[in-house]
Write a protein that binds this ligand. Structure first.
Ligand SMILES: Cc1ncc(COP(=O)(O)O)c(C=O)c1O
Length: 401
């Protein structure tokens, strides 16, 4: 007889949402030591969803739009998303090449379920968003990491030779994320093209997560959708969480070839039936709020500059200026070497002694992150100054001979 503890064996390899762990440590420190917490760990804009979107949700509710929708989402929103992408990138996505999902994470989940067979190798950047590897392992796939290279002057970039060398007969999919969490990198159009070429030439699925595509401070955002042959290999994931500051609403989408979207719909119907009805109506209005989005991005650019300037003054920290998303990923190797701490212990000590929450880079597997910490600049300027000042004091204490 099966025991209640006979869980899915793949679960033993899953670690869960590790970024939240550091918030828990901070809560405990706040309570027991009464230290004020400054949270650079957060992964969402700190702006309440724009009024026009909130009003549209209320209106949809008042009109009784409360029933299941199609598993693919409402037609008007699928159409609106296709139009938005077509205008932005000069392409020709059709509405039946779009499926609406309850967030980008479920979109990623559907994409992984659709393709992964046990033993399949899935190429992930190192470092990368923690949940890719977890879901791949859950489904019996094998994460294979390809290094991003880093220099202080150039920041992170794709190591094309490394990526090529990791492709084997078992490679099923390459996961790409641009702009990139956790490094804040906006990959160059040339790097994007190289990734596309590798996927196309090797007949490998390219799963491209472009959820930070509106948080671009310098440079040009090249989408994988801009390749004329995208239908041959691309699963494109995006969502409303970051661009319209709608994290709690849970809404995302996938663009892929029509027959792939049909299969996604079957999975969706069996897993969650449909995305939330009135949230989809509200999202129609989101596309009218790009003035607000642009203001938010300008604000984030100022915050990025403040955080970058202040962090750059700290001896022992090497930081590159990120061009996208809202994360900074400074190298702290020198501090680790002097203090003989690993990055996880360093992040915990920083919370315990100064109340400043950062995320140790090793949360974003596998190896590269062991020299880095992630800070989010989705917090106000004063808090950024105060928090970085505390980091400076902390580092000075750690680096004392
Ligand atoms: C790279 C990346 N993809 C996907 C997500 C999840 O987005 P959503 O809130 O739409 O599920 C996040 C959220 O932090 C992210 O950083």
């Amino acid at each position: 007889m099966a025991s209640l503890l006979d869980f899915n064996t793949n679960l033993s390899q899953i670690t869960g949402e590790t970024t939240l762990l550091y918030k828990d440590i901070a809560r405990n420190v706040e309570k027991t030591k009464r230290i004020k917490i400054i949270d650079f760990g957060i992964g969402q804009p700190d702006i309440v969803t724009f009024k026009r979107i909130r009003d549209a949700a209320k209106e949809a509710l008042d009109q009784g739009f409360t029933f299941y929708t199609s598993a693919f989402g409402i037609e008007e929103l699928r159409e609106k998303i296709a139009q938005y992408l077509n205008t932005r990138y000069g392409i020709d996505v059709k509405k039946d090449e779009v499926i609406i999902t309850p967030g980008a994470k479920p979109a990623l989940f559907l994409s992984f379920i659709l393709y992964i067979n046990p033993g399949d190798e899935i190429l992930l950047p190192d470092p990368s968003f923690y949940s890719y590897a977890e879901v791949v392992k859950l489904l019996g796939g094998k994460p294979v990491y390809t290094n991003l290279k880093w220099s202080r002057e150039e920041g992170f970039f794709i190591d094309v030779d490394d990526l090529q060398s990791k492709i084997s007969s078992k490679t099923k999919m390459i996961v790409f994320n641009n702009p990139h969490n956790p490094t804040g990198t906006l990959f160059s159009p040339n790097d994007v093209k190289k990734v596309i070429d590798i996927a196309r030439e090797n007949k490998i699925i390219l799963l491209s997560d472009e959820i930070y595509d509106n948080f671009v401070y310098e440079g040009k955002m090249k989408s994988t959708l801009e390749d004329a042959d995208w239908r041959d290999y691309l699963i494109y994931v995006n969502g409303f969480s970051k661009t319209f500051s709608m994290t709690g609403w849970r809404l995302g989408y996938i663009v892929a070839r029509r027959d792939v979207i049909q299969k996604m719909g079957v999975l969706a119907a069996n897993i969650y039936t449909a995305p939330t009805s009135f949230v989809q109506k509200a999202a129609l209005k989101a596309f009218d709020t790009f003035d607000e989005v642009n203001e938010m991005v300008k604000l984030f650019k100022r915050r990025r500059d403040v955080m970058y300037n202040e962090l750059s003054k700290i001896k022992g920290i090497q930081v590159s200026k990120p061009n996208g998303a809202f994360y900074m990923f400074p190298n702290v190797r020198e501090i680790l070497d002097v203090s003989k701490l690993d990055v996880k212990s360093l992040a915990i000590k920083l919370i315990e002694e100064k109340g400043v929450v950062t995320i140790p880079g090793e949360v974003f597997p596998l190896n590269i992150g062991k020299d880095f910490i992630r800070l989010s600049f989705a917090v106000n300027e004063e808090v950024i100054r105060e928090g970085v000042q505390k980091i400076k004091e902390f580092v000075e204490e750690m680096m004392k001979p």
